[in-house]
Design a protein around this ligand. Structure first.
Ligand code: SAH
Length: 345
C-alpha cells in the first residue's frame, strides 16, 4: 500500500487521518505543528509513541535534503541544491532583504517551456513537484538557516502553472495559519504566460502577486526566445493579464530580461511601454533582469540596462532593475542542477 504523503495534507485531512487511526482529533494539530517545523518521529515530543508508530506505518515524511549549499560572501545569499526522495535535484535560493527573508523555490524537476535563455529547461521536464516538496523547500531552508522565511517567490526551476493543481494546493497550505502562515500577499507566482492557467488562477481567490515573464515587446521577438508565445501570443497574454487585474485588483509585475541585440534597444523600450499601456492602462511595473549568461545558450547580457530603465520611466512606466544577489555563487536558477547533471552524466 502506498503511504500517505503527510506534508501534502491540510489540517482537516490530517484530522481525518488521525481519527481514522482511532486517535483523538486534537492530536492532529500537534502533529501538524511538528511537521511544519520539519520534525517527525520521536522528535514530536508531545505525541504518544503509539501514535508515532501508527503514523509511521501509514505515512511518509521526508524533507528535501541538502546535497550542496553555497553561501555568498558578498550578501549572505544561500543557494541550495536539494535532493528529493527519488534522487532528483532541485534548487532553492535564500535571500535577505530589508522587508524580510525570501526563498525562491522550484515547482518542477526541469521544465518543458523551452525558453532559449534559461538553464532549467535544457534537458526538459522530468516531473512535477508535489505540494509537500514545494513546502519542504521552505521548511528545510528555515531549519538549515535557523531563520524565518516571510516571503516566497516561485521563480526557481519549473513553470508553476504547468503544475497547476499542486501549485494551488501548495499556496493554500503555505498560507494556512496552521501551517507556515506565510501571507499570500508575500508570495509571487511567476509564469512564462500560460493563459489558461492565468484564467483559472483569477478565480481561486488567492491574493498572490502574479509575475509575467514577458521579455519582449512584440510577437516576433517573443516567439524567437519563448516557444510558449506560439501558443498564446502577446496580445492574448496581455488581455488575460488585464482581466486578471480587473478580477482580482492585484497589480501584475512584468519581468523583462535584457538580452544584447534581442530586446534591449531604446526603440524596444518605447514599444514595450506602448503595448503595456495599451493593455494594462495604469499601475504597470516592469522588473528588469540583467541576463545571467548560460554557456549553452550563447546569449549575452545587455549593456543598456540603465538606459532601458530610464526610457521606460520617462514614458511613465514604473521600472526597477533586479538587485543581483549571490553573484559569486552562480545563484541564477537551473545552473546548479545543470552542473550536477553534467558531473554525473
Ligand atoms: N517558469 C516561470 C518561473 C521560473 S523562471 C517563468 O517563466 O516565469 C524565473 C524568472 O527567471 C523568469 O522571469 C525567467 O524568464 C527568468 N530567467 C530564466 N533564465 C534566466 C537567465 N539566464 N537570466 C535572467 N533571467 C532568467
Amino acid at each position: 500500500m502506498e503511504k500517505t504523503d503527510i506534508l501534502s495534507l491540510t489540517l482537516q485531512e490530517t484530522e481525518k487521518l488521525i481519527t481514522d487511526l482511532g486517535e483523538p482529533k486534537f492530536r492532529a494539530k500537534q502533529v501538524y505543528g511538528w511537521i511544519n517545523k520539519g520534525m517527525w518521529g520521536s522528535e514530536m515530543r508531545n505525541v504518544p509513541k503509539s501514535l508515532i508508530e501508527k503514523l509511521d506505518n501509514v505515512c511518509e515524511f521526508r524533507l528535501p535534503t541538502v546535497k550542496l549549499k553555497l553561501v555568498s560572501k558578498i550578501d549572505g545569499t544561500v543557494k541550495y541544491l536539494f535532493e528529493l526522495i527519488d534522487g532528483e535535484c532541485i534548487e532553492s535560493v535564500f535571500m535577505k532583504y530589508e522587508h524580510g527573508n525570501t526563498l525562491c523555490i522550484s515547482s518542477q524537476v526541469g521544465c518543458r517551456m523551452g525558453c532559449k535563455f534559461c538553464a532549467s529547461t535544457i534537458l526538459g521536464r522530468v516531473r512535477n513537484l508535489t505540494p509537500s516538496e514545494m513546502l519542504g523547500q521552505i521548511i528545510a531552508a528555515e531549519k538549515d538557516t535557523k531563520e524565518r522565511i516571510s516571503n516566497v517567490v516561485m521563480m526557481g526551476i519549473g513553470e508553476p502553472l504547468d503544475n497547476y493543481d499542486n501549485t494551488v494546493k501548495f499556496l493554500r497550505l503555505v498560507s494556512s495559519p496552521d501551517s507556515l502562515n506565510i501571507g499570500l500577499r508575500h508570495i509571487s507566482v511567476s509564469t512564462c504566460g500560460l493563459v489558461n492557467g492565468i484564467e483559472r488562477l483569477q478565480n481561486e481567490n488567492l491574493p498572490i502577486t502574479l509575475s509575467i515573464s514577458l521579455h519582449a515587446y512584440d510577437n516576433e521577438v517573443r516567439s524567437s526566445i519563448m516557444p510558449i508565445n506560439n501558443k498564446y501570443g502577446i496580445e492574448e497574454l496581455l488581455t488575460a493579464c488585464r482581466r486578471y487585474y480587473e478580477a482580482t485588483g492585484r497589480r501584475i509585475s512584468f519581468e523583462y530580461t535584457l538580452i544584447a541585440g534581442k530586446n534591449d534597444t531604446e526603440e524596444g523600450a518605447v514599444r514595450l511601454a506602448s503595448i503595456l499601456k495599451k493593455y494594462m492602462h495604469s499601475n504597470i511595473h516592469v522588473n528588469l533582469i540583467p541576463l545571467n549568461e548560460v554557456k549553452e545558450t550563447k546569449l549575452s547580457t545587455s549593456k543598456n540596462v540603465n538606459a532601458f530603465k530610464n526610457k521606460l520611466i520617462s514614458l511613465g512606466v514604473n521600472a526597477t532593475v533586479r538587485r543581483r544577489l549571490g553573484s559569486d555563487i552562480n545563484a541564477s536558477c537551473g545552473q546548479l542542477r545543470r552542473q550536477s547533471q553534467k558531473e554525473t552524466v
